[in-house]
Every structure is written in C-alpha cells, then in structure tokens.
Write a protein that binds this ligand. Sequence first.
Ligand code: ME8
Length: 633
Amino acid sequence: MPKRFYTTTAIYYVNSAPHIGSAQEAVIADVVARFQRMLRGDAYFLTGTDENATKVFEAAQASGKDPHRFVDEVAGEFKRVFDAMHLSYDDFIRTTEDRHISVVQEVFRRLQESGYIYKGEYEGWYDVRTETFYKESELVDGKSPEGNDVRWVKEENYFFKLSAFQDKILAHIEANPEFILPEVRKNEVVSFINQGLRDACITRASTGWGIPVPGDESQVIYVWFDALINYISAIGWPDGNWQEFWPADMQLVGKDILVRFHATLWPAMLMGLRLPLPKTLVGHGWTLMGQEKISKSTGNVVAPLDLAQTLVDRNACDLDLAVDAVRYYMMRIAPYESDSTFTFDDFDLKFNTELVNDISNGIHRVISMTHSFCEGVIPNGRIDRNVADQVQAIANGFEDAMARYRVDEASAKIPAIASVLNQLIDTEKPWELKKNADPRLDDVMVTLAYIVRAIEGLLRPIAPVLADRICGLLNLPPTERWEQIGALDALPANHAIQKPTPLLVRLEKQQKEQHKMDTKLQPSEDVISIEDFMKVKLQIARVLDAHKVEGADKLLRLELIVGEERRQVLAGIAQQYSPEDVIGRQVVLVANLAPRKLRGFESQGMILAADAEDGGAILLMPDKEAPEGTSVH
Ligand code: ME8
C-alpha cells in the first residue's frame, strides 16, 4: 500500500465551543486535504479534541458537571460544528478514548525503558491557561510570558530528556528546509532551541483527571506529552497499519504551540521512539479581533455557524452556502507570517465584492446569456487560447501555493479568475455579437462556460457546496481531478445547462442610511414626500429574453431577472427596439406595480423609458452594470 497523504490539526481544548479562530485552522487543513484528494486522489485528515488538561477539568468543575459528561458534550459540539462547516475529516480523535490512553502509556513505557524518562523533583511555575511550565527567569512581572497567572509547583515528577535532542533537532531543521514553514517560524524555533533545551517535566501529581503514569498511579501524564501522541495513536501505532500514514505530510498548528511543543518536544519524542519526523510543520499566525487574539479566555468569540447564520438572516443565501462563504473568507484572511484581523465590515465587503459581484453575478450572466442567446446550450465553439492560457496559469498558481500549504495565496486566485470571466463579458459584449449575428458568438459563449467550469474546480477545495451548486447550473458532474481544471475538453459539446438562478444575493447595508429631507419644502400638489417616492420599488433588472407580441405592434414581451426572481413585463417599445436590441441589457424595473393583463399576458411590473419627441420610447439603462436586484433611488 503506498503511503497516504496525512494531514493533522492541533487537537482542541474542550473548555468551550469552537470559535472562528480555532475553526479557521481546521478549515485550512480541510482545504489542504480536499486539494490533495483532487491532486493525487488521496488524503487522510485527522482532527480531534484535547480533553485531559487541567483547564478542561476546571471548566467542568466550574460548570458543575461531571467532567466525563462535560467533555462528551463539548467534544460533541466540536464535531457538530465541524460537520456543519463541511470539514471532511477522516478521523476525530479524543484523548479520553481508550485507543489513545493505551498508546500514551506505551510511549511512556518505551521511552522509560530506553532511558529517556527519569524520576526527579520539579520545582517551578505552572501556567494553567497554556498548560506550560516556566522557570523563574522566564516570568515577566510575576506572570507567564503570555501574561497569565502562574502557580508554584513542587512535585516529585518524571522528566523527559529533551536536552539530549537539542543538536539533533537543530540538525534536522538545517537539513530539511521544508520542515518548518513559513520561514519566520523556523527562525523563531531555531532561536528558542539555541537558548538551550532543558529536560521537560512530563507528569503531574494526580488530581483524578488525566492519563495515569504506567506503574505509578499517583501521577498523571502531562497534558502536552499526552496530547502530541494523538497524531500516532489515531493511526494505529504501534500495532496497526500506521506506516500507511506516518510520517505525516503536514501538521498544522498555531504559532503559540509550535515553538515549545510541536517543533521541539514532539520531534524529540519521535526521535526517542525512533520514528521519522513529520515532513512539514506549518505554524500559522492568529486571527485577531481588534488588537486581541480571538480566544475563549478573552471572550471576544464569534462562533463560525453564528457568522454563517447572519448571511441567512440577511437573505443572502441558505445555510450551506453561507458556511462556504465563511470558509472562503477564512481562507482569504488565513494568517501565516503575520496575524490577520477579522471585522464584520470586511466580511460583508468580501462577500459582496468577491463572492456576489465577481463570482455569483459573473456566473449568472453567463448562464442567463447562454439561455438568451444559445437556447440554453453551451455551443460547439472554439475556446479562446489566450483565455485558456490565463486560466491555466491561475490554476498552476493555485497549485504552487498549495504545495507550500498557503491557502491565503491559493484563495486569492478566485477573484483573479472571476476577473478574467467578467472582463471577457465586458469586452466581448455577447449581446452585441448576438444583435449583429456575429459568428464569433459561439466561441465567446463556450469560452465563458469554460471559465465557469474552471471556477467550479478551483472553488471546490475551499467551498465545496458552492462548487456543487455551480455544477448544478452547468448540469455537469463535479470536477474530481485537479488536472481537469482548465482542460480544453472540460465541457461536453452542445451541452444543455440549467436555468439561471443566482447563487448568492448581495448584502444590504446593516443600517439603512437616513435619507435627509429638505424641511423647507412644503407639500403641494406637484410635490410628493420622500416617503411617497420610496414606496415605488425601483430595481435593476436584466432582459433575459424578448419576443414580439402577436397583433400588438408596439409591445415587446420581456423576460427579466431581478434579484432571484424572474418577471414577465410587457413594454410599449417595439417600434424603437427589436428583441435583439434589448436581450442581455440591463433596465430599470418598477418592481412593486400591481400586475395587469395585456393581450392575454400578465405584465408583472413596468420598465422605465423616457418619452421621445416623436412619441416613441427611450429606454433607461444603467450607466454601468449593477447586480440584478440593485435598488434604484
Ligand atoms: O493549544 N487564530 O488547543 P487550543 C488562529 N490543545 N488560530 C487559533 C486562534 C486564533 N484566534 N485561537 C486558537 C491547544 N487557534 C492544544 C493543542 S495539539 C497536540 C494540542 C489555534 O484549543 C491554536 O493556535 O487552545 C491551536 O493551533 C488550535 O487553535 C487549538 O488551540
């Protein structure tokens, strides 16, 4: 069996439910796993919960619950949120499971037998919040370097000979430039190790919570020593088929837990067990809110599903798409070298500009025009080679970024490809090609559909449901293999697609701007109040299709799309405009006019036109494209 691509996240303390900072890490790993499955047909993704910590026990006590029940509930909540966030994990390990406990004890035994664990007396400070031991000299104003309160601990403990591995770890870092990414993190690790690694205290006096030291029930194993082992206990070390997975290809953790734990203690433990080290440790930055790290202890927590729900409440989309929008946003701001900042305004902005305007509206225009101009069938034209080169370069850039596990760079390729799509629409103006019966129309339309297909492929690791919905519109199965993205044969010839339905709807401003009234203006017969005017609902609509009405030489029957809705409107413009003149164009619709019947057709609104001198009509069209449904005032 060939070795599988194996990726992990940190395991999460179950002292409270996940927030957008911790969930962001799990989503990054999920994007990596989904991408690898497309690229090489396989990936194994492990996540889970860290349950034996003192702070977890204390959180259980504070909630007045039995600790076992408490960890079951919180771990269940993590799983529920992770499932709802479309995380495709293959295994979820909990450190209170027997399969983990027995392996931790086995690791302890083996390292003790080989002389790496010895008994001694520990005297020093302990920070419960980060579950870390500190020397007196490391304290800052009587607190831990993180600014937390510390407790004095004096205990008979077991120690792990971490100091014995200092040179070996440094040599490994030196010889393997991809061992710690990004580069800045490697430097942090090297300077920490260069200060000297001292042996690590790896047990605590038992308070009845934690994994007992084998052969010494008075002690429990230090939570970090226990937790790191999850990465091998979950894959069946030492008796199962762990060699199919180990060494892990990518272990993703925050910068807070890289230096002291994943890049020092963990490699030393593996070396002591004579196991290979993971290929790459990625130490990401933090997501902040204002100046502070989003964290349960600071209380500035936004739950990822609550954030998704706000999109549903604001009528932007359903919950599954909303979750994908949150995933997309998390990837766009994924922190690597530096920290990134979450704001609700930036979330709204990226949703409206990138996901709605660029992606959803761009795709909607292509699907609508395919129906208006090509009878709903992607024509058998020639894909523009120049455009194909651009699309393939974008897909290659995505792949390069993912080879370095940079989902931030990879996700920036989504607005890039959307801009190729929208620029092509704007420069080629398919509605004019149609109007002029230009034979290039088929080539342009197939090229547009080709870009939509590539967008679907690129979005798939990041926003799998959104990608599925695009497939639904294209009436095509999902892109499964990475190499299919941008392939010239990615679209079957003469392929019928589904009717246009917008994927996502723009978010309106949270608080409507106050419209100022000129108080001097007195109502008179000619004057209406702003409130009266505001009763008229004017919206941008696009003409999807237009037909002459038999027996009425002034009327055109227009099929419009406005927001998510389709409308039929009869307009007295047939003497000035032919159907080809208006198909694909945007107009202004009076959307809340009572419907009425004209020549046997229901007219569901009115489109605005100026009265020409000759009594004809001059259609009002927006100066530039705006998303369908945009309000007009
Ligand atoms: O440290 N931004 O668990 P944890 C980005 N149990 N990442 C964040 C974040 C934020 N605002 N807040 C948390 C632990 N994280 C241990 C790990 S592994 C053997 C044991 C990340 O629940 C954090 O950096 O405090 C870490 O990688 C992960 O969430 C779990 O944090």
